[in-house]
Ligand binder design. Structure first.
Ligand code: 3HC
Ligand code: NAI
Length: 704
């Protein structure tokens, strides 16, 4: 490779170069965007170090990375593919055994395999602002390139256990306190590398081989962590293996590394690993939309109409992201309720350490303006309507907004189900109208469905996505239909739960089966929490258009007729009191009565059957949503459920689960269930085609 006359760097390959300064050699990594330890990086790094081993002019090496970060981990894109030599563990061992001492500079987000590379060097310097950590557990694996063996040798078992089982990122200062790095620097990576390598030569920085250090065994810490994880993460696989691996650090390093490899391979083979990595990519894939190249409009101020559950949450999210917000309500009482809710939300943010008490005061004093007059929103760059879910109320609002909003303002509705095309048509600027569907509580939930109507302009869509980014939310593009991606699919699969309830399963059995699958809550716990009155209103609205063939289960409506709306009224499917919640005997009686009325002899359902019917229903409707082009790709649907509906992250999302089951088996199940109800259980054309061709949803994601 050639030497660059301007920088003096000699390329080893396309991502690694060497630069010589007297007795110091700098090895620079340059593999944008995050310097992932790809095959090219591993090969180039080994070649560079090898080349310097026998160089009599070189006494020490400074290893650093260009760009925004030191290595942010193994290249996740290589997971699940045939391994390419050299593996990262070999690279780390090779670095540790280098005859020339290596000082490593950590900057940006030095994560996973990146931290493992650093720990294998002979001294470490972190730039101020560095974040370091082992996020492997969030991907269903464990640090597999010596991290579980070297971190305890430098930081001790308790600190290593905490970092490795939580995936928590620590600051440069914490890394120094733990002994993971030797010093901090305020210089840039290259200068720091030059200085650190010279200091190794001058004896100002000690040369240590991490693998030679002793570990102080700590059985009590390992046992305590095991017990904690058994309680907090009983369904997950890799956190428990992390503890086993860290415990093995009491062995000589070679044996400990072997044990780490064995446990790492077991994690790699687990379906949870595939699910979690799918979720990682889902979070990023959803940003790839047809409007990605359009320029978002500048958003300096936000208007929110309606200070109820959603409006107050949306206003809180915007205020926490630094936007000035004008909140509008029908009357002063509405404004007072909205402001009180925002104030409580901000208190929560202070409690969770996300906001300082002074920050809270400053927001309430100067960022939030309230008015009962919609004209107060005339200068807002983006206005989000969150009033009652009634078209007539929305009409009045949008007709007024059309008159008073400044030209170019984005006009958004937070409607859960209503037609955004119809709302856009109430204005003379349909290109500026969009659905921004937040999830409750809006200042906490990460999902934002960006609903694109027929005439919505590309700039308006791009603005919706830019807003989500500013609010640290995950935006998913949806087309217009009743309920958009998430609520439409939920409305459908919720019926499958109701059918099982009517046919013999108790709400508690159904909830237990679904939490056993990994959902944070079962469908009846969710219904009670959201308020049964909401679906009661939707049921009434749909009653006139409900197809005659559709089986209708009136149990939840009957609970509502008694004023039992769920948690907020003290009872619903469950009873709620100071001792917690338990099945509501009165609800069970109503279920019995309805079964008797419909002449149904109840039968038993196993957890497996409940999960199978529930998931099959979810996938069935999701396939239709895809077929109709409401969702761009299967992975968008996965993101909606992962970030908006508490779908277990380790399962990757409904379409990922669908691929594990296989289209052929799904068709077989639907046809089997159709023997009972051929209206509800109909095979979507796309699924049938997939069953015939063998195509998977993953393939459609890759194809784009
Ligand atoms: N491998 C491959 N690609 C990666 C990657 C990785 N480890 N980390 C990030 N990327 C990609 C992203 O997919 C994205 O690609 P795209 O632009 O095509 O969508 C691009 O890099 C930029 O990433 P982000 O959008 O996430 O950028 P941010 O600046 O917001 O965040 C980050 C940067 C904090 C490094 C974040 O990307 C991240 O957390 N990455 C994952 C880190 C990780 O989990 N590392 C451990 C890997 S496992 C491991 O090391 C195993 C070892 O023990 C053997
Ligand atoms: P809510 O009933 O809690 O709040 C609605 C608020 O709008 C009330 O405070 C009311 O006074 C106010 N309002 C009514 N007419 C108004 C007008 N003309 N001008 C100003 N304010 C007016 O309702 P919620 O739950 O906040 O829902 C609002 C919207 O958000 C609905 O469209 C709903 O479908 C949607 N949504 C609700 C979710 C939820 O979980 N509650 C989730 C996502 C969307």
């Amino acid at each position: 490779m050639q030497t660059n006359p301007e920088t003096g760097e000699t390329g080893v390959n396309e991502v690694v170069s060497i630069e010589r300064h007297g007795p110091v050699a700098l090895v620079a990594l340059d593999n944008p965007p995050v310097n992932a330890a790809s095959h090219a990086l591993r090969t180039g790094l080994c070649q560079a170090i090898e080349r310097l081993q026998d160089d009599p002019d070189i006494a020490a090496i400074g290893l650093y990375a260009k760009g925004r970060t030191f290595i942010a981990g193994a290249d996740i894109r290589e997971f699940g593919k045939p391994p390419l030599d050299p593996w990262l563990p070999e690279v780390c061992n090779f670095l540790e055994n280098s005859a020339k001492p290596i000082a490593c500079i950590l900057h940006g987000t030095t994560l996973g395999g990146g931290l493992e590379v650093a720990l294998s060097c002979h001294a470490r310097v972190a730039l101020k602002g560095t974040k370091a950590g082992f996020p492997e557990v969030t991907l269903g694996i464990l640090p597999g390139a010596g991290g579980t063996q070297r971190a305890p040798r430098l930081a001790g078992i308790p600190a290593a256990l905490d970092m490795i089982t939580s995936g928590r990122q620590i600051s440069a200062e914490e890394a120094l306190k733990y002994g993971l790095v030797d010093r901090l620097s305020e210089n840039n990576p290259r200068e720091s590398a030059l200085q650190a390598a010279q200091d190794l030569i001058d004896g100002k920085l000690a040369v240590r081989k991490t693998g030679d250090l002793d570990v102080v065994p700590d059985d009590a810490a390992c046992q305590a962590m095991r017990e904690k994880l058994a309680r907090s993460q009983p369904l997950l696989y890799s956190p428990h293996k992390c503890v086993d691996a860290v415990e093995a650090s009491r062995l000589p390093i070679a044996e400990g590394l072997k044990e780490e490899r064995r446990l790492y391979d077991a994690c790699m083979d687990s379906p949870q690993r595939a699910g979690l990595i799918h979720a990682f990519f889902a979070e990023r894939a959803v940003a790839k939309i047809p409007e990605a190249a359009a320029k978002p409009r500048d958003i300096a101020s936000i208007g929110v109409i309606g200070g109820g559950t959603m409006g107050s949450g949306i206003a809180t999210a915007a205020l926490l992201a630094g936007f000035p917000v004008t909140l509008s309500e029908r009357d002063q009482a509405g404004l007072d309720r909205g402001t009180a809710a925002i104030s409580r939300n901000l208190d929560g943010a202070v409690k969770r350490g996300k906001l300082s008490p002074e920050g809270r005061e400053a927001i309430l004093a100067s960022k939030l303006v309230t008015s009962t007059d919609l004209a107060a929103l005339s200068q807002a760059d983006l206005i989000i309507e969150a009033v009652f879910e009634e078209m007539s109320v929305k009409r009045e609002i949008f007709e007024t907004l059309d008159r008073i909003a400044k030209p170019g303002a984005v006009l958004a509705s937070n409607t859960s189900y209503l037609d955004i095309n119809e709302i856009a048509a109430m204005t003379n600027r349909p290109e500026d109208v969009i659905g921004l569907h937040f999830f409750s509580p809006a200042h906490v939930m990460r999902l934002l469905e960006v609903v694109v109507a027929e005439k919505t302009s590309a700039e308006t869509v791009a603005t919706g996505f830019a807003l989500a980014k500013a609010l640290k939310k995950i935006a998913v593009r949806s087309g217009v239909c009743d309920g958009f991606i998430g609520n439409r699919i939920m409305t459908f699969y919720k019926k499958s739960a109701d059918y099982m309830m009517m046919d013999g399963a108790s709400p508690e059995e159904i909830d237990r089966a679904m939490t056993g699958f990994g959902f944070a809550m079962g469908p009846y716990q969710v219904a009670d929490l959201a308020g049964l009155d909401i679906s009661w209103a939707a049921n009434k609205r749909r009653a006139a258009t409900r197809p005659a063939q559709e089986r209708y289960i009136p149990i939840a409506d009957r609970l509502c007729e008694n004023g039992w709306f769920g948690r907020k009224s003290g009872q619903g499917f469950y009873l709620y009191d100071s001792e917690g919640s338990r099945p509501n005997p009165a609800a069970l009686e109503i279920i019995e009565e309805e079964r008797a009325r419909a002449r149904i002899a109840p039968r038993g359902f196993t957890s497996d059957e409940i999960v199978s019917r529930f998931m099959t229903a979810m996938i069935l409707e999701a396939t239709r949503v895809l077929e109709e082009g409401i969702a761009l790709r299967p992975i968008d649907i996965d993101a909606v459920f992962l970030f908006g509906y508490g779908f277990p992250r380790f399962r990757g999302g409904p379409m990922h689960v669908a691929d594990l089951i296989g289209a052929r088996e799904l068709v077989r199940r639907i046809e089997d269930y159709a023997a009972e109800d051929s209206y509800y259980w109909r095979v979507p054309d796309l699924l049938r085609k997939m069953a015939e061709s063998g195509e998977s949803f993953a393939y459609m994601n890759d194809r784009g």
